[in-house]
Write a protein that binds this ligand. Structure first.
Ligand code: IDP
Length: 149
């Protein structure tokens, strides 16, 4: 299994509810490596590009208004199988169906405010990392890396 990078974002509801630390802590404890992070406001243009695949969906405008309504905490995490692992830690899209123990299962109530985003495939991860961070990623070694893969 190859080392992957994935884009993860604490959405406005997660930031407002004080869940940045909880999310970061879970990813750190899992063993993934943080290689980029920023607290930021999302422009209309960035929101529309990020959610481009949902452009025709009835909830697209609500999605864009929500993500631009208050700051988000954007991150890139690296590790073996990082994309699938981050998705499994997040839980299903609808918090009502997300298993307890997952982030959405433990903290969310509604599909519109489900706390966290994570890339769903290698192609999405590549596109989203380029969109949100360009080349602003760090590359560094941790002594613990030898105990993780
Ligand atoms: P994901 O975030 O689990 O990858 P996607 O299907 O890519 O799920 O949807 C993106 C976001 O759009 C979801 O996280 C959720 O907040 C919102 N969303 C998805 N489906 C619906 C819906 O049916 N109604 C309202 N919002 C939705």
């Amino acid at each position: 299994m190859a080392t992957e990078k994935t884009f993860v974002m604490v959405k406005p509801d997660g930031v407002q509810r004080g869940l940045i630390g909880e999310v970061v802590s879970r990813f750190e404890r899992k063993g993934l490596k943080l290689v980029a992070a920023k607290l930021m406001s999302v422009s209309q243009s960035l929101a529309e590009q990020h959610y481009a695949e949902h452009k025709e969906r009835p909830f697209f405008n609500d999605l864009v208004s929500f993500i631009t309504s208050s700051p988000v905490f954007a991150m890139v995490w690296e590790g073996e199988n990082a994309i699938a692992i981050a998705r499994s830690m997040m839980g299903k899209t609808n918090p009502a169906e997300a298993a307890p123990g997952t982030i959405r299962g433990d903290y969310g109530l509604s599909i519109g405010m489900n706390i966290i985003h994570g890339s769903d495939s290698p192609a999405s991860a590549e596109r989203e990392i380029a969109l949100w961070f360009g080349g602003e990623l760090l590359s560094y070694e941790r002594s613990v890396d030898v105990w993780l893969a």
